[in-house]
Design a protein around this ligand. Structure first.
Ligand SMILES: *Cc1c(COP(=O)(O)O)cnc(C)c1O
Length: 370
């Protein structure tokens, strides 16, 4: 058996230690004679799995008691509809900050349900490769103090743009507007102050676990402003009151996510993950910046630590680059089809050794093609 260095943006690499534990427990979980996939979600065995997963996630992110943690399905794209259906029942105004492909998708979906204002956008037509390379300055955000919520994408997985400072909504005169953030591709990559957010959502397959699970962390006072047409299985209050078991939850994905949470705790928690993620990103960006062949266009202060898009200045070398990478066991480096080029995703499960292997290849390939 051999494990390659996998730079996929999602479904992404998972800790081998966790996958081995799952393999050991596959046929007979803790002596109960069945796989986690085969047990009732209402039985005491799965009850203990989901309870532990929630407790560990709360501990890692220090989630305050007045927030519900929900295990849902549908991914982040479904949340683009589920969030407005839950929050726009009383007042249908929502403001967005546009910083890349994923916030654009969220905007388009919300336009089906509400009065959407794009309060600021960093789209830049003059950039040839990828149209988003920055975050609009907060001073230019045209926010409405009567919006039901303000939505932004914490880490643009395709464009490689990440927020490292969250807006001070009080100072912007919109202190009452809940902040909703799509954290799909950087949740658990560093500590955050959950109390600053009204709602956080994240599809699991980037930095948490397998596809099929969506995590929602929502302040409990926001559970009661749903649109009457909001489907019951996606109604946050209904899901919260039923402890994520109104419908059958994605049990195996929750189990694996739970093992990942325990693995993160063994690594030293989110402060330790942040240190490692800073070191990994620094190494990779430094290599790109000191090269004549590779280029990343994103403004330095908002460069994503999780997703590093880059381009070869000579794009005719793209296929050769990818073939050489694959031959060395460096997989899934092709950029998203909408922007082209390359992308290295270096989530929690990617150790610095994997980034070293990539950097060695980058340098060697450049020497060969100088
Ligand atoms: C991957 C991703 C999505 C889409 O997730 P799905 O699981 O395909 O619905 C949305 N937002 C961000 C930031 C992502 O990285």
């Amino acid at each position: 058996m051999s494990r390659a260095w996998n730079f996929s943006a999602g479904p992404a690499a998972l800790s081998a230690e966790v996958l081995m534990q799952a393999a050991e427990e596959m046929l007979d979980w803790h002596g109960c004679g069945m796989s986690v996939m085969e047990m009732s979600h209402r039985g005491k065995e799965f009850g203990s799995i989901i309870e532990q997963a929630e407790a560990d996630l709360r501990e890692l992110l220090v989630v305050p008691a007045d927030y519900a943690v929900l295990f849902m399905q549908g991914g982040a794209i479904a949340e683009n509809a589920i969030v407005p259906l839950n929050l726009l029942g009383k007042n249908n105004r929502v403001d967005f900050i546009e910083t890349g492909s994923w916030s654009v998708k969220s905007i388009k979906e919300a336009q089906r349900y509400g009065d959407v204002r794009v309060a600021a956008s960093s789209r830049d037509e003059t950039v040839k490769q990828g149209k988003y390379t920055s975050i609009p300055p907060v001073s230019e955000w045209r926010l409405r103090s009567d919006a039901a919520y303000l939505h932004l994408c914490g880490n643009e997985t395709i464009d490689g743009v990440e927020y490292f400072a969250w807006p001070e909504l009080d100072a912007l005169g919109v202190g009452n507007v809940p902040l909703v953030v799509d954290m799909s591709s950087h949740i658990l990559s560093r500590p955050i102050d959950v109390s600053r957010f009204g709602l956080i959502y994240a599809g699991a397959q980037k930095n948490i676990g397998p596809a099929g699970l969506t995590i929602v962390i929502v302040r409990r006072d926001l559970l009661d402003q749903a649109h009457p047409l909001c489907p019951s299985a996606f109604h946050y209050r209904t899901v919260a009151e039923n402890h994520s078991m109104y419908n059958t939850p994605p049990t195996y994905a929750i189990y694996i996510a739970g093992l990942i949470f325990q693995w993160l705790k063994r690594q030293g928690g989110l402060a330790e993950m942040e240190k490692r993620n800073i070191a990994k990103a620094h190494l990779l960006y430094e290599t790109l910046d000191s090269s004549k062949l590779y280029v990343n266009h994103v403004k330095h202060c908002v460069r994503s630590r999780m997703n590093v898009p880059f381009f070869l200045r000579d794009e005719s070398l793209n296929e050769t680059f990818l073939e050489g990478a694959k031959a060395r066991g460096l997989l899934q480096l092709k950029g998203h089809k909408s922007v082209g080029g390359m992308r290295a995703s270096i989530f929690n499960a990617m150790p610095i050794e994997g980034v070293h292997a990539l950097v060695d290849y980058l340098c060697e390939f450049e020497k060969e093609h100088a």
